[in-house]
Design a protein around this ligand. Structure first.
Ligand SMILES: CC(C)(COP(=O)(O)OP(=O)(O)OC[C@H]1O[C@@H](n2cnc3c(N)ncnc32)[C@H](O)[C@@H]1OP(=O)(O)O)[C@@H](O)C(=O)NCCC(=O)NCCS
Length: 161
């Protein structure tokens, strides 16, 4: 596997509506039912919506989208460009996002993840999320279960290998 280009090439940044096209392009490569550019433009008009990313000229190497509530946040999606997966980019970006939510006092984080999505589950476990529930056959396309995961800021996590 190729070594990662050195930072600050992959510097996490907050994204805005000007990134809607790049977000849609990467989303289309990562998810079976992607949001298009118009959906991202509409999302940015909502105060609760937030997006962070790693730029890679001319687009994005990775992004994370969230809802920010007063003391809580929900992770909507995290995606990395297919050719760059498995090199720690999602972990780099997600760590930055969680620094932001911790500093802002958003102490509870929530997300849903497909039960069979091993890289995503590992990412979330690594960053302090724990499985608290299962939604049976939640995903209509495959009938897969959703795991509900929660992270409480400042809560001591069990050691990971
Ligand atoms: C999930 C996703 C964002 C992970 O991105 P990534 O940059 O490859 O992840 P990282 O390299 O930071 O690795 C994160 C964790 O997953 C593990 N991982 C990465 N690729 C893996 C693979 N193919 N198989 C098993 N584990 C894997 C890593 O070892 C790491 O776990 P660790 O910290 O316990 O070692 C990426 O696979 C992706 O974009 N998938 C498609 C979209 C998606 O499913 N998003 C999540 C749903 S919201």
């Amino acid at each position: 596997m190729q070594p990662l280009p050195p930072p600050p090439f992959f510097q996490p940044i907050r994204l805005d509506v000007g990134d809607a096209q790049a977000l849609a392009a990467l989303e289309a490569r990562a998810f079976p039912d992607p949001w298009n550019e118009a959906a991202f433009v509409a999302a940015f008009s909502r105060p609760v919506f937030a997006a962070f990313g790693l730029r890679q000229d001319p687009g994005l190497a990775a992004y994370a989208t969230l809802h920010f509530l007063s003391e809580e946040f929900e992770v909507l999606n995290v995606a990395v460009a297919p050719q760059l997966r498995g090199r720690g980019l999602a972990s780099l970006l997600f760590g930055h996002v969680l620094q932001h939510t911790d500093k802002a006092g958003m102490n509870q984080g929530y997300l849903e993840v497909r039960a069979g999505n091993v890289p995503a589950k590992r990412l979330y476990l690594r960053h302090g999320f724990a499985v608290v529930g299962v939604r049976k056959r939640y995903y209509a396309d495959t009938g897969e279960d959703a795991l509900v995961m929660v992270r409480t800021a400042g809560q001591r996590q069990p050691a990971r290998p």
